[in-house]
Design a protein around this ligand. Sequence first.
Ligand code: 5GP
Ligand code: MN
Length: 337
Amino acid sequence: MDKKEIEQLRRLLDKPKKIVIVPHKSPDGDALGSSLALYLFLKSKGHQVKVISPNDYPQFLKWMPGEAEILKFDQDVEKSKKIISEAELIFTLDFNHFSRAGDMEDSLKNATADFVMIDHHQEPDTYAKFMESDTAMSSTSQMIYHFLYRIDQLNAVTAEIATCLYTGIMTDTGCFRFPSTTSATHRTVAFLMDRGAKNSEIYQQIYDANSLDSLQLLGTALKNIKVLKEYRTAYISLSQDELDSCNFKKGDTEGFVNYILSLKNIIFAVIFIENKQEGIIKMSLRSKGSFDVNQVARKYYHGGGHRNAAGGRSSENMEKTIKGFFDILPEYENELK
Ligand code: 5GP
Ligand code: MN
């Protein structure tokens, strides 16, 4: 958004509006953090606002300020559709293509509202009248901070809003360790702490929330690591049986793929997770340095994301999916070896 567009949007927000905020499917800390921060801000300005998530999200995010007021599309389809169709403005946060909204895709396509996209993924679609897309940004939550700055509303940041934004930045930067973390990120976070975000408490809510089952599933995952030394690649597979035997719940495998990247000399990491109900293998891809997993996810796995973190899926069984994965590695030989 250039200055003129920001001014146009700021003026639109001068009068109470019916607004919907949408995070991507299976929202993570950043998608929810940015959505809830914007929700709390817009509500405080007198707008009629609803956050509608395409579906449910992990338990470790269910403490966030405003979270209890989120509508889940798949659990309340008719009500959600009505609110979307009556909206005057729809913010889509932390994604840039309607297909990332799962079963909400058609409702969004049919909406008459103007769209505002705020997002840091690659290759944005063009549905938004107002678009803030920046792949250099650590997180969408950091972009919400910049948006509030640009519309001259940082003074409206409460402790609750700061908590939501801090959560989003912390989770998307891997606790401020990924290369996307800049001095601007730290300045943003310093501001958020000054406004009442409690760093240590937020960390504990997110990361010290393991169940015995989820830790034991991590044990299984770590035992399953396979290393392909010649490609500086390693992967984990988790079958539905393995998930079931540890009473798998949404979010239990979050972060598992990062353990692979802690292996010395490994720059490409993949986790394959079977989902029998959906008939797919869900994949998370991670890399270090210039190797672009977003391209791999787009080309072979109906997915996408960022250069160093992407996701996708395969409709084949685990054995064929892994075999197919072996087959594509030679294509990236030069970058991996
Ligand atoms: P994760 O592996 O943690 O699910 O996702 C890593 C990154 O890739 C996130 O930025 C997420 O938004 C993106 N991502 C995950 N799954 C998909 C997918 O199926 N399609 C696209 N386009 N992006 C994805
Ligand atoms: Mn994000």
